[in-house]
Design a protein around this ligand. Structure first.
Ligand code: ADP
Ligand code: 5GP
Length: 203
């Protein structure tokens, strides 16, 4: 992959749309892509590894991180708290390497305010029916939690227009390709500067 510009990219979208699946596919193809590991107060699902999928922390430690400005953003989602540790993201960007966050809508809005240059990508389902069947098919939540997540998903879908780009997760490989393209795309200012230079270049 061509060396991407150091840019913060946020991938968001409703629970069950396939964010984790698409990010895992990106990492499988491009292990060099750096993905932030969030802290969460949620209990690990079977197979989830502490420090790899999440840093699983207790409520007290989460409070401490918030109080000490240790999180770039954080949100409460379906009864649990989730946040992005700030220092590793800063280190990545300072080193000139891109950073990818996979977070929900309230967090994406906070990043928009705190890091206005960040690229906000919304992962959308091909249809509402596909979203419902993916969330149920994953089988990791009790029906009551699934309904709570679907109610949130409806509001999250309405927010797609706030994002810079919408990627439809119709097919995992195709969506992963599109996301990789976005990660490696120069920021718009540089893109338009280059286009302007190309337009004014003599034939
Ligand atoms: P999220 O991280 O957005 O909550 P997941 O990555 O856990 O969602 O995916 C939810 C379910 O949908 C999983 O069972 C996953 O295998 C399935 N899935 C993801 N992407 C697709 C796709 N493009 N087509 C069909 N099923 C998908
Ligand atoms: P899950 O419990 O399914 O792993 O995650 C629930 C939701 O929290 C998903 O939409 C996921 O993207 C989001 N999430 C994961 N980490 C973070 C984070 O650090 N900050 C925010 N705001 N949301 C997160």
């Amino acid at each position: 992959m061509a060396r991407p510009s150091a840019r913060l990219t946020v991938l968001s979208g409703p629970s069950g749309v396939g964010k984790g699946t698409v990010v895992a596919e990106v990492r499988r193809r491009h292990p060099e892509v750096w993905v932030s590991v969030s802290v969460t107060t949620r209990q690990p699902r079977p197979g989830e590894v502490d420090g790899e999928h999440y840093h699983f922390v207790d409520a007290e430690y989460f409070d401490w991180l918030v109080a000490n400005d240790g999180l770039l953003e954080w949100a409460e989602y379906a009864g649990n708290r989730y946040g992005t540790p700030k220092a590793p993201v800063d280190e990545q960007l300072t080193a000139g390497a891109p950073a990818l966050l996979e977070i929900e809508l309230q967090g994406a809005r906070q990043v928009r305010v705190r890091a206005p240059d960040a690229q906000l990508v919304f992962l959308a389902p091909p249809s509402w029916a596909a979203l419902v069947s993916r969330l149920a098919g994953r089988g990791t939540e009790l029906p009551e939690v699934q309904s709570r997540r679907l109610a949130l998903a409806q509001a999250e879908l309405d927010a797609a227009g706030e994002f810079d780009v919408v990627v439809v997760n119709d097919d995992v490989a195709r969506a992963a390709d599109e996301l990789v393209g976005l990660l490696t795309a120069p920021p718009p200012s540089r893109r338009s500067a280059r286009n302007a230079a190309e337009r004014s270049a003599p034939e």
